[in-house]
Design a binder for this molecule. Structure first.
Ligand SMILES: [Zn+2]
Ligand SMILES: [Zn+2]
Length: 96
């Protein structure tokens, strides 16, 4: 089941289950749309894959299937990230 992580891994901004601002990669690395737009484009800093908007889980199902509680706030080292970014930014995710 998709892990609904509660915040942006980079900036720590809250991303509740109904947020339309949450972006995820295939491993559920979770970032806010601002960080993705301004810093990461379509290159996940952890795995190098692309991002898609996180689907919204209907509120009525959150009691039974709750979001994750643990806040994973682990700001990206942007200097180290440059290498991964430059290597991948011109290659669409499906060709990486
Ligand atoms: Zn963010
Ligand atoms: Zn990732």
């Amino acid at each position: 089941m998709l892990a609904l992580r509660p915040c942006c891994e980079h900036c720590g901004t809250d991303l509740p289950p109904n947020s339309t601002h949450a972006m995820i990669c295939s491993y559920e690395c979770t970032f806010c749309a601002d960080c993705v737009d301004q810093l990461f484009t379509n290159v996940c800093p952890n795995c190098g894959g692309g991002f898609v908007p996180r689907p919204i889980r209907p509120a009525a199902q959150l009691d039974k299937y709750p979001p994750k509680k643990e806040r994973l706030h682990r700001p990206v080292d942007l200097t180290k990230y440059q290498e991964l970014y430059l290597k991948n930014k011109h290659t669409p995710p499906e060709k990486r």
